[in-house]
Design a protein around this ligand. Structure first.
Ligand code: SF4
Ligand code: SF4
Length: 442
């Protein structure tokens, strides 16, 4: 959309009240550099998003009069100069951010919690908040409005009564009720994608792991599952889901356990039983993909799709974030090729951040990676971590080519690669216009 003027800077007072600045314009940040958002990357703040402050950290804005970026410590309010702090958006899922909030991160005093931080401003022409982002998935199933807890509680109680000895069910009830995990809620609503947590352990030590924080980073949000469910416990909950739910997917490793690859034997057995009981629905495996031989076993067991997580396809950047224990990034690539060769739908869970993911070296390597692996879909997931901490740990200085340009480049070079944010049912693996791609061993 062509706009006459830039959106205005948003700032917050010390109480967290949010205002738009009468004169200064919104800026964003790519890597460590302040930039002006391009018209093409500004969209109205998606509904179900949230705004919050970056405590005690002054925003950076564009001063059109001075023609430079300025740090805004105070704003005049009547006769007083009030101290201000930066504002960030936490977007509804399905959107990839293209810019980080612009602020003076050197002044930040706290380690920011594990959310994703997006540049946001106020559009005077449209009278709405705008964010630097792009929609990458049209699936609206995951919007908060679909998860009404008043309807959930009786369903949880009823299901726990049906399977009083199933430890996995007790865990999922906790995930749904205490952690407000939408995937876990889906199991009780008996619809869409339901999770199968199985693993108390992991062989990565991600800086931003949401289920365990061995690092110096930040407290994790959820407590990991503390046991490995039996194939029987898995099947008795997931088979009815596959048989009865609309758009049914059951997914191992859905988010905040350890990594399910550590429990591959149990998962292979459960999957074999599910697949021999029904051909309905989709069984998916989300993982770090660190053991190709176990992926082979899971392909043979009947897994439909695989999604492997990575923050980068460059080994040094991958290692700095995942801190793998006894495996290397080449094993992840091998797993992806293996799953693709076995005829499964393959995805990467690309944990993106402006400045790291659109770094020219990353773009070059990503294109080669797509060519080598034949990956079907890239889920563009906003990495939830303090952006300043992340940039520093990844050694980022300066800016990348722009997230929007990254998306365009991939599309231009590999039109068959799909972007997305969520897992898909088998019926939707290859929508019209997208082919299956090639087997790697062509
Ligand atoms: S994603 Fe996390 S909260 Fe949700 S079911 Fe899995 S382990 Fe539980
Ligand atoms: S791979 Fe997943 S479970 Fe393992 S450390 Fe990373 S985020 Fe945590």
């Amino acid at each position: 959309m062509k706009r006459k003027s830039l959106p205005k800077l948003l700032y917050a007072d010390s109480k967290g009240n949010i205002f738009d600045h009468p004169r200064l314009d919104m800026a964003g940040m790519n890597g460590t550099e302040a930039v002006l958002p391009e018209g093409v990357e500004l969209i109205p703040l998606p509904s179900d998003s949230r705004l919050f402050t970056i405590p005690d950290t002054p925003p950076v804005a564009w001063d059109a009069k001075l023609r430079k970026f300025v740090t805004v410590d105070t704003v005049r309010e009547g006769r007083k100069e009030i101290k201000v702090q930066a504002v960030s958006a936490f977007m509804a899922p399905g959107y990839v951010r293209t810019l980080l909030p612009a602020c003076d991160y050197t002044r930040k005093k706290v380690h920011l919690p594990l959310w994703s931080y997006t540049a946001v401003g106020w559009d005077e022409e449209q009278e709405c908040f705008v964010v630097a982002a792009s929609r990458v998935d049209a699936n609206e199933n995951w919007l908060p409005r679909n998860y009404d807890d008043r309807k959930l509680d009786p369903l949880v109680r009823q299901r726990v009564k049906e399977f009083p000895d199933n430890r996995l069910l007790v865990q999922l009830a906790r995930c749904a009720v205490d952690y407000h995990c939408f995937a876990a809620k889906n199991l009780f609503f008996r619809r869409w994608e339901a999770p199968i947590p199985t693993s108390p352990s992991c062989n990565s030590r991600c800086l931003g792991c949401i289920s365990l924080q061995p690092s110096d980073c930040c407290p994790s949000n959820q407590e990991r599952i503390g046991f490995v469910p039996t194939p029987q416990e898995i099947v008795e909950l997931m088979l009815p889901h596959l048989l009865e739910a609309p758009e049914p997917i059951v997914s191992y490793g859905q988010g905040c356990e350890g990594d399910p690859i550590m429990q591959a034997d149990t998962i292979a057995e459960a999957t074999r039983r599910l697949k021999s009981a029904t051909s309905r629905g989709t069984v998916n495996f989300n993982s770090n993909g660190s053991f190709p031989d176990r992926i082979r076993m899971l392909c043979d067991a009947g897994m439909d799709s695989f999604r492997f997580s990575m923050n980068s396809v460059r080994e040094e950047i991958y290692n700095s974030y995942y801190r793998p224990v006894n495996y290397s990034f080449s094993a992840v690539e091998e797993s992806l090729k293996m799953a693709k060769d076995a005829g499964c739908f393959t995805m990467i869970n690309y944990l993106v951040s402006p400045g790291v993911s659109d770094h020219p070296d990353e773009v070059t390597e990503l294109l080669k990676f797509i060519e080598r692996t034949g990956v079907d879909m890239i889920q563009m997931r906003n990495l939830s971590i303090d952006p300043d901490f992340y940039n520093k740990r990844m050694g980022i200085k300066g800016k990348g080519i722009g997230m929007y340009r990254l998306l365009e480049t991939i599309k231009r070079e590999f039109p068959r690669v799909q972007f997305g944010y969520f897992n898909r049912t088998r019926e939707k693996f290859y929508p019209e216009g997208y082919e299956r791609g090639w087997p790697i061993s062509r």
